[in-house]
Design a protein around this ligand. Structure first.
Ligand code: NAP
Length: 285
C-alpha cells in the first residue's frame, strides 16, 4: 500500500473530545446543548442511525430527546411538533430522520425547521448560506470530508477537485465547500461522459454515488487524495464504498477506508453543529 490512510474513527474521537470540552464550558455557563431527533415509522436502518446519534450526544455530554412516532403520523402533526421544538429553548438542534412515510412531504418538514436549529444543514437557508459563504450549518457528511482534508493539512488552493455525484446532501455541498477553499471543482454525475478522463486530472476525488467499485486504480492520478463517501454492500453483505480500495490504495496518496472513513465523521459533525448552535444561541459565536 502506498496511500496513507485517513482514519475517520480516530479523527472522530478527537473531534468528539473537543466537542465535550465545549459542552462543559457551555454547561458551566448554565447552557446544556440539546438535540431533538424525530423518527417516524420503524425503518430498521433509521432506527440504528437515530440510536447512534443519541449515543453520540450522551458521549459528548449533550442533552437529547428521541421521539419515535408511528408511521401513521400525519404531516400536520409532524409540522406542529417541529414548531414546538423550534420554540423550545432547551433544544438547539432539530433532526428529522429521513426517509419519512409517504403521506409526509419531507421538503415541507425540513423547511419548517428554524434555520438556526437546522443542524443537519438541509434547509434551503442553510444551502443558500453555503452557496453565498454566509454563516449557516453545513451538511454533516460533506463537512466531515472537509475536516478530513484539514486534518491531513491539505491545501486545496489551486488544486483540481473532482466530485462524483451531485445530490443535495453530499455532491453539491461538498463541491461548494471545495470551491470555497479555492479548489477548481468539476462535478460529475450519471450523464458525465468519460468519467475516467475527469478523475485522472484530479488532485482530490470525492466519490459519492452509491455504486461499488465505481472508481478503480486506472482512474486515479498517482498521489491523489481519495475520499469515499459511498455506502454499499458486497455480495457477502460486507459494507464497502464506491472506491475499489485494494486497487486504488496502491496509486493514491491518501485514501479513506469504508468502513471507518467518512461514515463516522457524519455523526461527529452533527455533534459539532449542535454544539455550535448552542454557542450561537448563547451569543458566543
Ligand atoms: P444519490 O442522491 O443517489 O446521488 C447519487 C449521485 O451519483 C447522483 O448525482 C447520480 O447522478 C450520480 N451517479 C449515479 N451513477 C453514476 C455514474 N455511473 N457515474 C457518475 N455519477 C453517477 O446519493 P447520495 O445521497 O448523494 O449518496 C451517495 C452515496 O453516499 C450512497 O452510497 C450513500 O449511501 C452514501 N452516503 C454516505 C453517508 C455517510 O455518512 N458516509 C452519508 C450520505 C450518503 P444523477 O444526479 O445524474 O442521477
Amino acid at each position: 500500500m502506498t496511500a496513507q490512510l485517513i482514519d475517520g474513527k480516530a479523527l472522530s474521537q478527537k473531534l468528539r473530545q473537543e466537542v465535550s470540552g465545549r459542552v462543559k464550558a457551555l454547561k458551566a455557563g448554565g447552557i446544556v446543548p440539546g438535540l431533538a431527533v424525530i423518527l417516524v415509522g420503524e425503518d430498521p436502518a433509521s432506527q440504528v442511525y437515530v440510536r447512534n446519534k443519541v449515543r453520540a450526544c450522551e458521549e459528548t455530554g449533550m442533552y437529547s430527546v428521541l421521539e419515535k412516532w408511528p408511521d401513521t403520523l400525519t404531516e400536520a402533526e409532524l409540522l406542529a411538533r417541529v414548531q414546538e421544538l423550534n420554540e423550545d429553548k432547551n433544544i438547539h438542534g432539530i433532526l428529522v430522520q429521513l426517509p419519512l412515510p409517504r403521506q409526509i412531504d419531507a421538503t415541507k418538514v425540513i423547511e419548517s425547521i428554524a434555520p438556526e436549529k437546522d443542524v443537519d444543514g438541509f434547509h434551503v437557508a442553510s444551502a443558500g448560506a453555503l452557496m453565498t459563504g454566509l454563516p449557516g450549518f453545513w451538511p454533516c457528511t460533506p463537512y466531515g470530508c472537509m475536516k478530513m482534508l484539514e486534518h491531513i493539512g491539505y491545501d486545496l488552493k489551486g488544486k483540481h477537485a473532482v466530485v462524483i455525484g451531485r445530490s443535495n446532501i453530499v455532491g453539491k455541498p461538498v463541491a461548494m465547500m471545495l470551491l470555497q477553499q479555492n479548489a477548481t471543482v468539476t462535478i460529475c454525475h450519471s450523464a458525465t461522459k468519460n468519467l475516467k478522463d475527469m478523475t485522472l486530472q484530479a488532485d482530490v476525488i470525492v466519490a459519492a454515488v452509491g455504486k461499488r467499485k465505481l472508481l478503480t486504480a486506472d482512474m486515479v492520478k498517482p498521489g491523489a487524495v481519495v475520499l469515499d463517501v459511498g455506502m454499499n454492500r458486497t455480495e457477502e453483505g460486507k459494507l464497502c464504498g464506491d472506491v475499489d480500495f485494494d486497487g486504488v490504495k496502491e496509486v493514491a496518496g491518501w485514501i479513506t477506508p469504508v468502513p471507518g472513513g467518512v461514515g463516522p465523521m457524519t455523526i461527529t459533525m452533527l455533534m459539532v453543529n449542535t454544539c455550535e448552535s448552542a454557542e450561537r444561541s448563547a451569543g458566543q459565536r
